[in-house]
Ligand binder design. Sequence first.
Ligand code: ATP
Ligand code: MG
Ligand code: MG
Ligand code: MG
Length: 565
Amino acid sequence: MRLSQFHLGTVKEVPADAEIVSHQLMIRSGMIRKLASGLYTWSPLGLRVLRKVEHIVREEMNRAGAIEMLMPSVQPRELWEETGRWQKFGGQLLKIKDRKEQEFCYGPTHEEVVTDFARNELKSYKQLPINFYQIQTKFRDEIRPRFGVMRAREFLMKDAYSFHLTQESLAQTYEVMYQAYARIFTRLGLTFRAVQADTGAIGGNASHEFQVIAESGEDLLAYSDQSDYAANMEKAEAVAPAIGRPAPSASLQRVDTPRVRTVDDVTRHFGVTADRILKTVLVRGNEGLVALCLRGDHDINEVKASKLPELPDESVLASEEEILAAIGARPGFIGPVGLPDTIPVIVDRSAAVLADFICGGNANDTHYTGANWERDARITRVEDIRQVVVGDPAPDGHGTLQIARGIEVGHVFQLGSKYAEALNATVLDDQGKKQVMLMGCYGIGVSRIVAAAIEQRHDDVGIIWPEAMAPWRAAVCVINPKNSPEVSAAAESLYNELTARGIETVLDDRGLRPGAMFADMELIGIPHRVVVSERGLAAGTLEYRARTDAESSSITRDELFEILG
Ligand code: ATP
Ligand code: MG
Ligand code: MG
Ligand code: MG
């Protein structure tokens, strides 16, 4: 590629909303441009990187025996009604209507569509196991789109879905996918960890996430310093044994609270005066979720305070997900122990500090009384977790626990029969009997990987691409091409030779000052840079610098070809 004929949109300014370095560098290097909240255009430069990731993902999926297909992004409501997820999926589901007033969603994921395909296509156990995948745009109306393409609303995902007659077969494909994922992230040149993950609302037997280790990661991981043990903190059980977390208070009791929706209702139902209610968060989810917080005095401890951010009183949140985001908690990591689905929102606190609360549950018309915050609350702040967890024996008995932050770039799941059952996706077994199929699903955040890689690999002046992801492996920079036909011709010939050798090369023939040219190449992270100048030509050398080198060195053409393999 000749840069004079390309569009390179490097800029100096970063927008104020670019909080993390990958977002800043993607804007500065001109890889992405924001269209609207959570919606990004991939520039020609950005797309080159995205396609590199896609290519590796596709190659490894094919190698692992998965078969590529492509499903529609827009999906009919009726199908989502069949699994109950039209209601349950919550605010992330973007619902749309066509001109005939028929309802659709823009697919956030494709279990429904692929299972519909499978129930029509697959008739016999002999067709199993089979693993379909696609690389396709998803839309999730994230409550807080941020960090650029890291948590976008529209993003590119590789999603695969496998179908099986037996659990054994499912477990086998799961293992194959696990290994394929490990190969993908290794080939991409990323430092990652596979961690046990919460199966949460989806249910199922086994689940692992692939996490790129980075300080800016939104996920918190516990891992052993001596074994392969690693788990997402969302999977609270992972650390519970290490923490020695107490059982729920004996006093904790579930109470039915029909139609308790407002502060007045709370007062009426529990006899709690309004001044003791710290904050009221009315949650009107699909299932009419209700949660309320204390209002009043301010000696709440920090753990609790961290869950009560700057929400206006009487905020109305649309879904469980919004509550979780609003209170800064994650599913499975909140609420009293033993009640993993409980929102830790407290409506009353007795004179005894931090004991005997009333908590709003995230189930409709339910509260818990007698919660003891100290005993029952899950620990959610990083600092708390660090204090409690680090140094404790790992649950597998080998080594001690450490914690790290990670970015979830992949997720593998044994779904079991959940979707196939709901959609009645069956095959005939060898006895001619109908059997509901078992499923696995396997996602990779293709576009997120690009941002995650930058988080892991950058310095003060720009991106440091792993070779496998670089937009070009080498850059040939020409000094003063206009003034010297010889320099221009030498650069041209070097560029042609590199290209002929299959080395993806960009020729910087824009005629910029050397400083500006080098700054651009460093910013966009090209792994190898050679400079063709009059001085070098006279000496018969090229000035070479790897992106990770501190200084450049003079080398011959042949030495360059050797370096670039
Ligand atoms: P997260 O916990 O970050 O919200 P998720 O668990 O909701 O992710 P999955 O349903 O497991 O995501 O989707 C598969 C993959 O898609 C994730 O591992 C992640 O890499 C990617 N992904 C999910 N949401 C987004 C998003 N909003 N923007 C970019 N990539 C995403
Ligand atoms: Mg999510
Ligand atoms: Mg997740
Ligand atoms: Mg996930």
